[in-house]
Design a binder for this molecule. Structure first.
Ligand SMILES: Nc1ncnc2c1ncn2[C@@H]1O[C@H](COP(=O)(O)OP(=O)(O)OP(=O)(O)O)[C@@H](O)[C@H]1O
Length: 343
C-alpha cells in the first residue's frame, strides 16, 4: 500500500489490519508496563484486551495511536509502520473512545461530533450532514439532540455521542478504553447491544479494553487475556476461551461460571429439534431462533418451563428442551495445576 493509504479511508476500505510486533514500554523510572507483546487483529475484527488492573492494557492501546511511544517493537496498520507517521496526523485517522468520553462541554453535540472532520478541513455542510448521519446511526434523533450540550444528555447518551465522534472521519481503526464502564449495568447492556449492531454496519477494526469478562465475551471476535507486564496468556475467540482456557490463570480469570457465559455465545439454532408447521406455543415461552442458548435458558427460568419455542419472523421453527442446553459440547476441560505442572 502507498504511504498515505492510512490517511485515505476511501469508500472501498473501511477497516485495516493491526499488527503489534514485540512492542514494549519501559518508563524512565524502570517500570516495565509492557514487556514484549505481539498481537494480530484482522481488518474488521473486534479484539478485546482484558486482564488485571495495571497489566498494561491502556498502555498497549495508547501505543497504537501514539499517545504513548513504545520503547521497543513495531506497530503496523495495514502493513505500514505507524512510527513512520506524524502522530498528530495519525490520530486523526484513528477513532478513540474513553470512559468518560471527554466531550467538549461548551460545544453542542453536532459540533462535538464534527471535531475531527473540522481538523481535516471538511466544509461545514458536509460536517453537519455527517454529524446528523452518525447521530442517527447511534440511535439519537438529530432533530432532538444535535443542538443540545453534553450536560443535557444522560451518561449513556453521552457515551453514544463519544462513539459517533470517534467514527466521524470514518477511521480505519477504533480504539476503545473501557467505553461503557461509566454507565449503569442496564444502560451498559443496551449500549453493548446497540454497539454490536453498529459494528455489523460499519465493520471497523476495533481494539477494546475492558475489565468486564461478560463484556469481553459479548463484544469480542477474539479476546486477549493479559497478565502483569502485558504478558499475553491466551488470544482466542470467546467460545474457545471459555471452553478451553489453556492455563489455570486464564481459567481462573474467565471465572467458575464460564459454563453459563458459554451459553451466551452458543447459537440456539443447532440445538433446535423440528416442530410441526404452524405449531401453537401451547403456553411455552418463545425466543428468537437467532438467539443463544443463554436466551433459551433465561426464558425457561423466567416461565418455569422445560421447553421453549424458537420463532423466526413470528413463525415457530423449532423447540429446545432444558436437557438440550446441557448437551453443548462437553469441552470444559480446564487444565489442573498438576496437569499444567507436568507439561
Ligand atoms: N508515567 C508512568 N511512569 C511509570 N509507570 C507508569 C506510568 N504510566 C503507567 N505506568 C505503569 O504502567 C503499568 C500499566 O499501566 P496501564 O494503565 O497500561 O494498566 P491497565 O492494565 O490499563 O490498568 P487499569 O485496568 O487499572 O486501567 C502500571 O503498573 C502503571 O503503574
Amino acid at each position: 500500500m502507498d504511504a498515505t493509504a492510512i490517511n485515505e479511508p476511501g469508500p472501498a476500505r473501511s477497516a485495516a489490519s493491526i499488527t503489534l510486533e514485540n512492542i514494549g514500554k519501559t518508563y524512565p523510572d524502570g517500570t516495565v508496563a509492557v514487556g514484549d507483546f505481539s498481537l494480530e487483529v484482522g481488518a474488521g475484527d473486534l479484539a478485546v484486551l482484558i486482564g488485571p488492573s495495571g497489566c498494561g492494557k491502556s498502555t498497549i492501546l495508547r501505543m497504537i495511536n501514539r499517545l504513548i511511544e513504545p520503547t521497543s517493537g513495531r506497530i503496523l496498520i495495514d502493513g505500514q509502520n505507524i512510527l513512520d507517521r506524524n502522530p498528530v496526523e495519525l490520530r486523526r485517522h484513528i477513532g478513540y473512545v474513553i470512559q468518560n468520553v471527554g466531550l467538549f462541554p461548551h460545544q453542542n453535540i453536532r459540533t462535538n461530533i464534527g471535531t475531527v472532520p473540522r481538523l481535516l478541513g471538511w466544509d461545514k455542510k458536509k460536517i453537519n450532514e455527517r454529524a446528523d448521519e452518525l447521530l442517527e446511526l447511534v440511535g439519537l434523533d438529530p432533530s432532538r439532540y444535535a443542538k443540545r450540550y453534553p450536560h443535557e444528555l444522560s451518561g449513556g447518551q453521552r457515551q453514544r455521542v463519544g462513539v459517533a465522534r470517534a467514527l466521524a472521519a470514518d477511521p480505519l481503526v477504533l480504539l476503545m478504553d473501557e467505553p461503557f464502564s461509566a454507565v449503569d449495568p442496564i444502560a451498559r447492556g443496551r449500549l453493548q447491544e446497540e454497539f454490536l449492531k453498529l459494528q455489523a454496519t460499519v465493520r471497523k477494526t476495533i481494539v477494546l479494553v475492558t475489565h468486564d469478562i461478560d463484556e469481553a465475551v459479548r463484544l469480542g471476535d477474539r479476546i486477549a487475556v493479559l497478565a502483569e507486564g502485558g504478558r499475553l496468556l491466551q488470544y482466542a475467540p470467546p467460545a474457545e476461551l471459555l471452553s478451553r482456557p489453556d492455563s489455570v490463570a486464564v481459567g481462573d480469570f474467565v471465572g467458575a461460571d464460564r459454563g453459563i457465559r458459554r451459553l451466551a455465545v452458543t447459537p440456539l439454532r443447532p440445538a433446535l429439534r423440528p416442530v410441526e408447521e404452524g405449531a401453537a406455543t401451547d403456553g411455552r415461552p418463545v425466543v428468537e431462533a437467532d438467539g443463544t442458548l443463554y436466551d433459551a435458558l433465561a426464558a425457561m427460568l423466567a416461565a418455569d418451563a422445560t421447553e421453549v419455542l424458537a420463532v423466526e419472523d413470528g413463525r415457530p421453527v423449532g423447540l429446545v428442551s432444558r436437557a438440550a442446553l446441557f448437551d453443548v459440547p462437553k469441552a470444559f476441560d480446564v487444565p489442573t495445576n498438576e496437569a499444567e505442572a507436568a507439561v
